[in-house]
Design a protein around this ligand. Structure first.
Ligand SMILES: Nc1ncnc2c1ncn2[C@@H]1O[C@H](COP(=O)(O)OP(=O)(O)O)[C@@H](O)[C@H]1O
Ligand SMILES: [Mg+2]
Length: 308
């Protein structure tokens, strides 16, 4: 759905985005993570056809972003990091304006406006003036405007920034709904946990370099080199740790709070061996889980020492 090849942008003598390459499939939700000034907005603006790269190419839905921008604009919904809202205009008029800009026929607009208002939970505000909305509602309205032409691809630049916790949760719920509609989404943030719940892929950008990108769990495996199991047993944890440490392919076993953490090296490790060992030694296993990828950890590992 999205293919980026060696995308590069320089502002005078500053490299904002450095030879960035990336491929996303239809339905992928890509979390684009990096600190302020890393190059997220510059990258997203280039994909949104609003900024010409210094070099490199990108395709969205098979169309070349820089050679066929009009084709691409019909496919994408772009939500900028800062957006102006117009005064003296009602919520539905605001949406009607954008719908007409996308050349949606007049007779179809009322239905579409009702649909996007419902999706963004703004139906009750249809007749309100835009300036009367709260920050969170304005943000949702901006997302509603991004959806009027039913784009397949969404480019969302920090859609939850500056919102209070409640409004953030509302945006998150909305994003989950968009995910279930099968949209391909690039969403940026400088806050990690914000993206953890709903992205299947992530990329971390720092000083214009995409330092790592891919499936969240693959990245986790790459960085730990294996998998981590978390086990709780009733009884002597020390003895269990001793036994598990001795198993082949187990890199380390240690106690962390209430649980035993076992890190294994081999990709094809059969987790049953851990359970079997514990059972044979009469430990009662009360919980056994494979650790989920922790974005915060990944970020720290990837960018260690690179943040100035
Ligand atoms: N129009 C511009 N002219 C010069 N430098 C810019 C311009 N826009 C952004 N930059 C610089 O490019 C770098 C990347 O910025 P940006 O893409 O906005 O990062 P992010 O969105 O990750 O915070 C920063 O160092 C920023 O100062
Ligand atoms: Mg930005």
């Amino acid at each position: 759905m999205i293919r980026i090849e060696c995308l590069h942008k320089e502002y005078r003598n500053l490299v904002a985005v450095k030879n960035l390459s990336l491929e996303l499939e239809e339905g992928d939700i890509f979390g684009f993570i990096g600190p302020n000034g890393a190059g997220k907005t510059t990258t997203i603006k280039m994909l949104a056809t609003l900024l010409k790269p210094t070099s490199g190419s990108a395709w969205i839905g098979g169309h070349h972003v820089f050679e066929q921008p009009e084709k691409v604009r019909g496919l994408i919904g772009y939500m900028p990091d800062f957006f102006g809202v117009y005064d003296d205009i009602k919520v539905w008029e605001y949406l009607d304006f954008f719908a007409s800009a996308y050349r949606i026929p007049r007779d179809q607009r009322p239905g579409i406006i009702d649909d996007v208002l419902e999706l963004t939970d703004l139906t009750v505000k249809k007749e309100s003036y835009v300036e009367e909305l709260s920050r969170g509602m304005k943000q949702r309205l901006c997302l509603a405007k991004t959806l009027v032409h039913d784009p397949k691809v969404l480019l969302l630049d920090e859609p939850a920034s500056g919102l209070d916790p409640r409004a953030r949760i509302e945006i998150k719920e909305l994003l989950k709904e968009l995910r279930s509609m099968g949209k391909t989404i690039i969403i940026s943030s400088h806050i990690l946990p914000e993206l953890a719940d709903f992205c299947n892929k992530i990329g971390i950008i720092e000083q214009g370099n995409l330092v790592v990108a891919g499936d969240v769990n693959d990245i986790m495996k790459q960085l730990t080199g294996g998998r981590v199991y978390e086990i709780k047993v009733a009884g002597e944890s020390d003895r269990a740790v001793e036994l598990l440490s001795a198993l082949p392919d187990v890199r380390s076993a240690r106690i962390s709070g209430e649980t035993i953490q076992v890190e294994v090296g081999a990709e094809d490790f059969d987790s049953h061996r851990i359970l079997q060992t514990l059972m044979e030694n009469r430990f009662r296993v009360t919980s056994f889980t494979e650790q989920e990828a922790d974005l915060e950890d990944i970020f720290m590992k990837v960018t260690k020492g690179m943040v100035s």
